[in-house]
Ligand binder design. Structure first.
Ligand SMILES: [Zn+2]
Length: 844
């Protein structure tokens, strides 16, 4: 279905196009299998070369240059018009036919539940018509949509029914079109410049009662971007559309954001607090792209982190401002470690700015997004908040309307601060997570901290140079009092020694707020960690101490069968029962490290992880915590009630998150008695789902059917049902449970959300089941990847990363995984996306 020999594309080969584009006019006549697209594109010649435009899966109907037919060549991927026919300024008129209904890859123009929609990032526009499908070619657009649907939308401002004009030059990847039977919730926003903006959230009829929160989040995002970054909105209309079949979370198309319906639709009965927080964060993220991504875009896809790292950083700042900043930071770091550190440690490690790719869709990764955001955060820590603000203002002034590079971005900071950031740029170029090893000593009133940094070799990068690491640190006395408040130390060499004059040896509190994305290795004792858990003034490091204590107790159980230390259980109980602490923080302290996290900890300690043993150890330690808290649990659970109508706001959500953790513990003791009561009494999805998980884990055989009967007609709630059913299955039964679910009448495997709910329900949420020694989990995943690949390469390639940690495991598991990877690689007609990912995982 594609060109036979996929090519590697290199950053160093970047060349501007030989023709500029001044204007794009598109006329669509929509039909499920025979949509006609007429384009009129105004070009200007820059260099006397052939005009080579991208285009795939298009049937060319006619082609004219300034009204005249000219000779041209069409291949599976390109249209070429010889330079001889082209000079000065000219208009290319092309008519093509495309088939949205048979476009199962969900890139370009496709259909979802009877409605037309598009996804053009990164390279979907080439499936709509012939064009320079690359981000550095920007032009204003005029779009006409002929369709018998009630609603027709595109970018920009509406000028007549079905007609849209976008005056802001944009690249093809930000083009969007939607047509279908949709209903809108409408609201208004007046910008700081006095512009009256109409806001619409479009959904399928029947879903209009679930848009309030997305609209509220949008208005708060618009206000926040004005208040914090001074960025107003720039069109008269801002539209959001919810689509059921969507590969990604959401897409920032200019003035017409298209969302996976999972990140728009919410009601207290059907969405959890986590869903609400995700909606808030993603609505903000896509909105913020209007300035960081759309007005200033990327020169080429190697610069993806320029828009994504910065926009993730901005949405994290927003969520921190809307909710609890420390809790937000802990959650961001949990994500970073779970996804990005994992990626950085394996065969798929790559720099924040990669230098080569085969399929760009494979680089929408945690490294580009999450580590990209960490790099911005470090930059802000190094230059300080005021200098950061000044640099951003310069960035917007200097580069508005341009397609930029990381060099442009760094230059702005160098120009506005006078600082040399050439070493800092290594964060964009070097893959792998630096290890920061710290030893300390106290002698004759002098406390010495000795720090060493080292980054392990990764594919194509055998030797790593030292990074600039901002280390926010403080010192705590043995009695818990702070003897040195937070200060930021800059480490730029391989080693650094710090000296302090003190009366007694303190306990260092390093990397406060997780000031750099590194792995900290210290010789800290359990006793010191207990002091930090009880007294550190930095909430992140308080939580970090609890996580490290939990990890060492879990590892002791895993390797020696040891019971958890009483001192840790006492300290944990003290934090959990401390009413002065944010319940969301307490919930995070109570959450044990994940099974994948423990597998990584084993690997780091030179122990081959056994997923079954990890699962068992985690259960044993969880039970020990429950037994230690014992009779206190019911009272604690009662204290976390949130009476009155449901509110998704942070305070109530925090209580519910603690309640869910406590109910998990209680279920270990009573087998689900209290969870059953909570399930029956639940009036919102957060409480219901928490109790549902407890009951499933306790082996309740009836609750799954009851939940299903209640929610059968709700697509998004049923995704949760599918996922939880696999996630909570006993490891020995997981593959059987997952297989049965794939035979369920509602398992629509072509829908990415539903596919992910079962497949990732196993690979991500039930590692002991996935890594079952029989290898059945590996076969199950490979079978489904091969099936989906023929239809949707993008989602297939992404889901294949479940195999990326294969080197951690024992030789038997390694062989079983290798067998499946080889089977996938050998599959005839495998997509370029999946072939690249599987190849990278096998090569390493
Ligand atoms: Zn984004």
């Amino acid at each position: 279905m594609r060109d036979a020999a996929p090519q590697t594309i290199y950053l160093k080969d970047y060349t501007p196009t030989p023709y500029d584009v001044a204007h794009v006019a598109l006329d669509f006549t929509l039909h499920p299998t025979a949509t006609r697209v007429q384009s009129r594109i105004a070009f200007t010649r820059v260099r006397a070369e052939d005009l080579v435009l991208n285009g795939e899966d298009l049937i060319l109907k006619s082609l004219r240059v300034d009204g005249a037919e000219v000779s041209h060549e069409v291949s599976e991927t390109h249209l070429t018009i010889p330079a001889a026919h082209l000079s000065g300024a000219f208009t290319l008129e092309v008519e093509v036919e495309i088939s949205p209904q048979t476009n199962t890859a969900l890139e370009g123009l496709y259909m979802s539940g009877g409605m037309y929609c598009t996804q053009c990032e990164a390279e979907g526009f080439r499936k709509i018509t012939y064009m320079y499908d690359r981000p550095d070619v920007m032009a204003p657009y005029e779009v006409t949509i002929n369709a018998d649907t009630p609603v027709q939308l595109s970018n920009g401002n509406p000028t007549a029914p079905g007609c849209w004009t976008d005056p802001h030059p944009k690249p093809t990847y930000l083009f969007a079109l939607v047509a279908g039977d949709l209903v809108a919730t409408t609201d208004h926003f007046t910008t700081m410049e006095g512009r009256e903006v109409t806001l619409n959230v479009y959904v399928r009829p029947g879903d209009e009662g679930k848009t309030d929160y997305a609209m509220d989040a949008l208005k708060r995002s618009m206000k926040w971007d004005e208040d914090v970054y001074g960025r107003p909105y720039d069109l008269d209309v801002f539209n959001i559309v919810a689509v059921d079949d969507f590969n990604m979370g959401a897409m920032e198309n200019k003035g017409l954001n298209i969302f996976n319906s999972k990140y728009v639709l919410a009601s207290p009965e059907t969405a959890t607090d986590t869903d609400y927080a995700m909606i808030e964060g993603i609505v903000a993220h896509e909105y913020f792209h209007n300035w960081t991504g759309n007005r200033i875009t990327c020169r080429d896809w190697f610069q993806l982190c320029l828009k994504e790292g910065l926009t993730v950083y901005r949405d994290q700042q927003f969520s921190a401002d809307m909710r609890s900043a420390p809790v937000q930071r802990i959650k961001d770091v949990l994500q970073l470690r779970a996804r990005q550190f994992r990626e950085d440690a394996g065969p798929l490690a790559h720099p924040v700015r990669p230098e080569a790719f085969v399929e760009i869709n494979n680089f929408y990764t945690a490294t580009v997004y999450e580590k990209g955001a960490e790099v911005i955060g470090m930059l802000r820590t190094l230059v300080g908040p005021a200098a950061y603000d000044a640099a951003l203002t310069l960035y917007f002034d200097r580069h508005d309307g341009q397609a930029c590079t990381i060099e442009d971005w760094i230059q702005v900071f160098e120009d506005s601060t006078g600082r040399d950031l050439s070493q800092f740029k290594r964060w964009y170029a070097q893959a792998g997570t630096p290890h920061l090893t710290v030893t300390d000593d106290f002698k004759n009133g002098e406390y010495t901290l000795h720090l060493k940094q080292k980054t392990k070799p990764s594919a194509g990068q055998p030797d790593k140079a030292p990074q600039v690491i901002p280390i926010a640190m403080g010192l705590i006395g043995a009695d818990g009092t702070e003897v040195l408040p937070t200060q930021v130390v800059e480490m730029s060499e391989a080693e650094l020694t710090l000296r302090f004059e003190l009366d007694a040896k303190p306990i260092p509190s390093l990397l406060r707020g997780f000031s750099a994305p590194v792995i900290l290795e210290t010789e800290q004792s359990e006793a010191d960690r207990l002091v930090l858990l009880a007294h550190d003034t930095d909430p992140f490091n308080r939580w970090e101490a609890s996580t490290l204590l939990a990890k060492s107790n879990l590892m002791a159980n895993l390797t020696a069968g040891s019971a958890p230390a009483t001192a840790w259980l006492d300290a944990l109980t003290k934090v959990i029962t401390d009413d002065t602490l944010d319940p969301a923080f307490r919930a995070l302290v109570l959450a044990l490290p994940s099974e994948d996290n423990l597998a990584n900890a084993c690997d780091a300690a030179g122990i081959v992880p056994d997923p079954t043993a990890i699962h068992t150890a985690r259960k044993a330690v969880h039970l020990a915590i429950a037994q230690h808290m014992g009779e206190a649990l019911p009272a604690l659970i009662a204290a976390t009630e949130t009476p009155g109508p449901y509110s998704p706001a942070a305070n109530d959500a925090a209580k519910r998150s603690l309640r869910a953790q406590l109910l998990r513990l209680q279920t270990r003791l009573d087998g689900g008695t209290m969870a059953r009561t909570a399930y029956d009494a639940a009036t919102n999805m957060t409480d219901q789902l928490a109790a549902f998980g407890c009951l499933l884990s306790a082996g309740d055989t009836k609750v799954a059917a009851a939940f299903e009967a209640q929610w059968r007609t709700d697509r998004l709630v049923m995704d949760k049902w599918f996922a939880m059913s696999v996630a909570e299955a006993d490891p020995d039964d997981t593959v059987a449970v997952a297989t049965a679910l794939t035979q369920h009448a509602d398992f629509d495997w072509k829908n990415p959300n539903r596919f992910r709910s079962v497949i990732a329900g196993m690979t991500a949420m039930n590692p002991a089941g996935f890594h079952h020694p029989s290898g059945a989990g590996y076969r199950f995943l490979a079978d489904w990847l091969l099936k989906l690949d023929a239809l949707n390469p993008q989602t297939t390639a992404r889901m294949s990363t479940a195999f990326e940690t294969w080197r951690r495991y024992d030789v038997d598991r390694q062989a079983l995984i290798q067998e499946q990877l080889a089977r996938i690689a050998a599959h005839p007609g495998l997509s370029r996306d999946t072939a690249e990912m599987v190849g990278r995982m096998r090569d390493a």
